[in-house]
Design a protein around this ligand. Structure first.
Ligand code: MG
Length: 362
């Protein structure tokens, strides 16, 4: 099927609560959405969240990348030769992983629709449902304890606690949450690059000494400090998950080669989409490295695509796909069903999400 057009729209959705990490505070989700149109009129959808503090991609750069580089490169190509289209998408410019991801997932959506199958079945079909954690934002301790209890009340059994702003004071924060939720709840800690290597070791060892039973610590040190990441991983017993340190399959290969981290967090906005994410999954499988699938602050459109990847690939054993549950708006029709902690795949062809409330496509 020939690709005849690529169009963009703007999506603006209020969040139920402000989203706070060591890097930023956000109150509204403001994303670019994409649709790829096939010669038979069928459409595939994608989404690009402008997460400048992590990927460097802004609304303006996303629009420019799609309209001036990606669209001219791939319109006219035959989607059924997916490898050729993906190589072109990835080769038409360097970096710009967010716009590439949005177009990549729209292409996969359309490609699976053309075959009449839900995408996850074409990506390996590992499982029809799985559970996600939920993020607890950085706030005063009492507020984080309250948010944690609320999440457990809603059925979440794994909490991802954002820290990284206050060094060793973060330990007291986690201890208060552990005391409140009890031993049955899994706690993941995400420092979002907020600590130095020495701080990380001190903080993680303090959590180990207090028996806080932390499942993993995510990206303790700055993204480019791979030596620091390796140092931390070697010094502590708690598993370390690389997030901002791994964008591409090459990054993943380098981290795995020197055991700079125990696990890898795959996000479509870092890899540039499903095509490259599958390469990381393959590499991780070869080396027995467990992966998490994560998301930026994204709506259901792109999180649904990530859910298909997770449901397809059994090497992804942990999911952090809580974007849709952070939005205050009702769900869009079609695709995976997000019900508290449970994400269930549907029989809808493609990624499946339709009727994106984005106003005019152009
Ligand atoms: Mg993270």
């Amino acid at each position: 099927m020939r690709i005849v057009d690529i169009q963009v729209g703007k999506l603006s959705l209020p969040l139920a609560h402000p989203f706070k990490t060591a890097l930023r505070t956000v109150e509204r989700l403001e994303d670019i959405v994409v649709r790829v149109i096939g010669e038979d009129g069928s459409m595939g959808y994608g989404e690009a969240p402008p997460t400048a503090v992590i990927t460097g991609d802004t609304k303006g750069s996303i629009l420019c990348a799609i309209q001036d580089f990606i669209k001219p490169a791939i319109v006219g190509m035959d989607l059924m030769d997916l490898p050729a289209v993906m190589e072109k998408l990835n080769g038409c410019m360097v970096h710009n992983t967010t716009p590439k991801a949005a177009v990549d997932m729209a292409l996969y959506d359309l490609w699976a629709k053309a075959q009449g199958k839900p995408l996850y079945q074409l990506l390996g079909g590992a499982r029809p449902a799985f559970e996600t954690d939920i993020t607890i934002s950085v706030n005063p301790t009492q507020e984080m304890v309250r948010d944690s209890l609320e999440a457990v009340e809603r059925g979440f059994t794994t909490l991802k606690i954002k820290v990284g702003k206050e060094g060793t004071a973060d330990v007291e924060r986690i201890a208060a949450i552990r005391a409140a939720v009890g031993p049955g709840v899994k706690l993941r800690v995400d420092a979002n690059q907020g600590w130095t290597a020495a701080q990380s070791v001190a903080i993680i060892k303090a959590m180990e000494d207090k028996d806080l039973d932390i499942e993993l610590v995510e990206q303790p040190v700055p993204a480019l400090d791979v030596a620091g990441l390796k140092y931390v991983t070697g010094q502590v017993d708690t598993p370390i998950l690389a997030d901002e340190a791994v964008f591409s399959p090459v990054d993943a290969a380098n981290i795995i080669a020197i055991h700079a981290a125990d696990y890898i967090n795959i996000k479509l906005m870092k890899t540039g989409g499903i095509w490259n994410a599958l390469k990381i999954c393959e590499l991780a499988r070869q080396h027995g490295v467990k992966c998490m699938i994560g998301c930026m602050l994204e709506s259901q459109v792109s999180v649904a695509a990530a859910a298909h990847l997770c449901a397809g690939q059994d090497i992804i054993t942990m999911a952090d796909l809580d974007g849709p549950s952070l939005c205050a708006t009702p769900p869009m029709p079609g695709g995976p069903v997000f019900d508290g902690p449970t994400i269930s795949m549907s029989a809808d062809p493609g990624v499946g999400v339709e009727n994106i409330p984005c106003g005019t496509w152009r």
